[in-house]
Design a protein around this ligand. Structure first.
Ligand SMILES: [Zn+2]
Length: 283
C-alpha cells in the first residue's frame, strides 16, 4: 500500500488502558509514578495480512513482504536484548484486525511500535509519524484526569516522542547511507497507539551499479533491519534518560507537596532526686 498522508480514520471505541497510577494526584504526591513503559519491548506490526494483501509486487503481495521483514528484523533485535512481539503472524494463521493490533501494543507498553509497509513508489525508506496534532500543555493537564481517550486520537499525546523516535531511526538509516523520506501520515492503526510509533515503508532502492533492490530483497531488508536496530538502541538510551529526569522531577514535586513537619518538642530536663540526709550516715 502506498501511504497517503493525512488519510484519517474514525472509530468510536474508547481506549481505557491509559489509566495508570500517575493519574491519581493524591497518591502521586506520596509515591511518584510514571507512565508504564517496557524499555526492552518492541512491537512489530507487519502491515496487511489475511484477506488484505496490500500492494502487488509481481509474484509477491505486500503482506508477504512485510511479514518477511518482521521475521528478519525480530532475531536481530533479540540479539541486542530486545523482546519482540509480532502484532500478526504469517498467513494462514488467524489474522488480527487493526484494532486488535493496537490493543496488543497498548496493553504491553512497548518502547516502540513499528508499522511495516512496502511500496513501489518512491525510493529508499519512508518514515511516517502520525498526522495528529499533539495537545498543548493545558490540554495534556486536563486529559490527565480523564478516564479514557478517544480511540483514533490516543497517539496525539505521543506524537512528540514518536517524532524523536523517527529522528533516531532516520539518523541510523542515514549513517548507513540509506536514502530516507520523512513525513506525517495517519497509517492505521497508528492513531490508536499509546506508545511511540513510526510507520516504516520500504520503497525500491537504486544502487550505484544501476541495480534496483525491491522491498522484498533479502539484502535490502537486512541492511534496513540493522539500521533500525541501531536506531532503536539509541532511542532506548534517550528514553532511559527521559525517565530518570522525569522520576527525579516527580520525586521533587512529591516532596514539595508534603506538609511541613512540626518541630519535635525538646525533652524537658529531668532533675536528679537528691537523696535525703540520713542521721548517722555521715562518715
Ligand atoms: Zn501497506
Amino acid at each position: 500500500m502506498t501511504l497517503r498522508p493525512y488519510a484519517c480514520r474514525s472509530t468510536a471505541l474508547l481506549f481505557a488502558s491509559l489509566l495508570c497510577a500517575c493519574q491519581a494526584p493524591a497518591q502521586a504526591a506520596k509515591k511518584p509514578a510514571l507512565p508504564p513503559v517496557n524499555l526492552n519491548l518492541i512491537v512489530l506490526d507487519a502491515g496487511h495480512g489475511g484477506d488484505d494483501s496490500g500492494a502487488n509486487f509481481g509474484d509477491l503481495a505486500e503482506k508477504d513482504i512485510t511479514i518477511a521483514f518482521a521475521i528478519r528484523l525480530r532475531p536481530i533485535l533479540e540479539q541486542h536484548g530486545f523482546t519482540v512481539i509480532l502484532a500478526r503472524e504469517p498467513d494462514p494463521l488467524p489474522n488480527t484486525t487493526e484494532d486488535q493490533r493496537a490493543e496488543i501494543a497498548n496493553r504491553t507498553h512497548p518502547l516502540a511500535c513499528l508499522l511495516l509497509h512496502a511500496t513501489q513508489s518512491g525510493h529508499g525508506v519512508h518514515l511516517f509519524t502520525s498526522a495528529l496534532t499533539p495537545p498543548d500543555s493545558r490540554d495534556a493537564a486536563r486529559d490527565e484526569g480523564r478516564a479514557a481517550l478517544a480511540w483514533g486520537q490516543a497517539q496525539a499525546a505521543k506524537v512528540p516522542q514518536s517524532l524523536r523516535l523517527t529522528a533516531d531511526l532516520s539518523a541510523a538509516l542515514n549513517a548507513s547511507s540509506l536514502p530516507i523520506l520523512i513525513g506525517r501520515a495517519s497509517v492505521p492503526p497508528i492513531d490508536s497507539l499509546t506508545c511511540p510509533a513510526v510507520a516504516i515503508e520500504l520503497a525500491p532502492l537504486a544502487q550505484a551499479v544501476g541495480r534496483i533492490l525491491e522491498p522484498g530483497d533479502l539484502d535490502y531488508q537486512m541492511q534496513v533491519a540493522q539500521s533500525l536496530t541501531t536506531g532503536l538502541l539509541n532511542w532506548r538510551g534517550h528514553m532511559e534518560l527521559d525517565l530518570t529526569h522525569a522520576l527525579a522531577a516527580a520525586e521533587a514535586a512529591a516532596k514539595a507537596a508534603e506538609p511541613a513537619k512540626k518541630p519535635e518538642p525538646k525533652p524537658k530536663a529531668v532533675q536528679k532526686p537528691v537523696p535525703p540526709d540520713i542521721p548517722g550516715d555521715a562518715q
